[in-house]
Write a protein that binds this ligand. Structure first.
Ligand code: MTE
Length: 321
């Protein structure tokens, strides 16, 4: 993400990821395609050695029923876990993998409050039981116009919400990330007003596609991907996918979200993937799938119209971007 009113000294080159920068500097994610000869892509291993990745546990008994799945090629584990946005650990794409070892994902308490029958401080392991875990392979689309296909592991957010029992006054759900400079050194810079916060309308939160993820590729979430739990909303731009969540509040008004608060003319609350609504500084009509050479056309709702379009019928999606 890039916001233009930052001083250039505060912004590192990885934030906006124009093609030439990330192709030049992120060699490890290249697949080279020989278009003329029509020869399939050859994956090239990068010049940059992988930073030592912290060990993550394999998760057992995951339900793999293929629900909402895609058979598109999955993005490599390495790219998924080394090319990240997580400003609590730095603003360059490679910072989270390098710096997130200081995050301690256990013990982890999540505060539940607002208009809900069962508020309180919950241990994550009481909120999400291992036998509930499902795999969901989702297309993900970042507002910066790159995309990935990721096999997430988690549980539908609706299952958590039903247990918590929101009251009829709960119209939106607000999420908050941990604030702790010792664990999240990037919080010493006020690039964002901490905590990182996001929100969903109640029907969006209850949609069967919406996942609370605790893992990917059959393993626990690496810290840089938002351990121990993060939101995954595949029809919206990636910034809705708030990481390392410590608070879930049921509220009656639309909550503010970090990127909208920072640049309201550039980032909205809904953030639905929409090829017809360009970002003020770049097109959203196409995207680069990480690992591919040729750009792809971006699909409405990131290809999930069947599951989600009904929630926005009658809304002007140019106004509510
Ligand atoms: N959550 C927090 N707490 N802090 C962040 O900086 N970045 C967001 C989102 N969640 C972010 C966050 C953005 S801009 C994107 S694109 C996704 O995380 C990236 O998720 P990934 O690194 O797992 O691909």
């Amino acid at each position: 993400m890039l916001f233009k009113f930052l001083k250039s000294s505060h912004v590192k080159s990885g934030e906006i990821t124009p093609e030439n920068i990330y192709l030049g500097r992120r060699e490890f994610i290249q697949d080279t395609a020989r278009i003329g000869a029509g020869v399939a892509a050859v994956a090239t291993l990068g010049l940059t050695p992988s930073p030592a990745q912290a060990e993550v546990r394999a998760l057992d008994n995951i339900i793999r029923d293929g629900a909402f799945g895609t058979d598109e090629k999955q993005t490599s584990y390495r790219a998924v876990t080394e090319y990240n946005n997580f400003y609590e650990f730095g603003t360059d794409k490679s910072d989270p993998a390098r710096n997130a070892h200081s995050l301690r994902p256990r013990p982890w308490t999540v505060k539940i409050d607002g208009h809900v029958d069962n508020p309180g401080d919950y241990d994550i392991d009481d909120l999400i039981k291992p036998h509930m875990l499902q795999e969901r392979v989702y297309r993900m689309r970042c507002v910066e116009a790159w995309s990935m296909v990721i096999p997430w592991v988690g549980i539908p957010l609706a299952q958590i919400i039903k247990k918590l029992g929101p009251t009829s006054q709960a119209k939106y759900v607000r999420f908050e990330t941990l604030v702790d400079q010792k664990q999240m050194p990037g919080q010493s810079r006020r690039v964002i007003k901490w905590p990182y916060a996001e929100g969903l309308r109640m029907d969006e939160a209850m949609n069967p596609l919406t996942l609370m993820a605790v893992g990917l590729y059959g393993k626990e979430l690496p810290n840089q991907n938002g351990a121990p739990m993060r939101l995954v909303v595949p029809w919206k731009y990636g910034f809705k996918g708030i990481k390392s969540i410590v608070r879930i509040s049921f509220v009656d008004r639309m909550p503010s979200n970090s990127w909208k608060r920072l640049a309201p003319h550039e980032y909205g609350f809904y953030a639905n993937v929409n090829p017809e609504v360009d970002h003020p500084r770049w097109t959203q009509a196409n995207e680069r799938r990480i690992g591919e050479f040729r750009r792809r056309k971006t699909l409405m709702f990131n290809g999930y119209s069947e599951e989600v379009a009904h929630m926005y019928s009658g809304m002007n999606l140019k106004k509510y971007f």
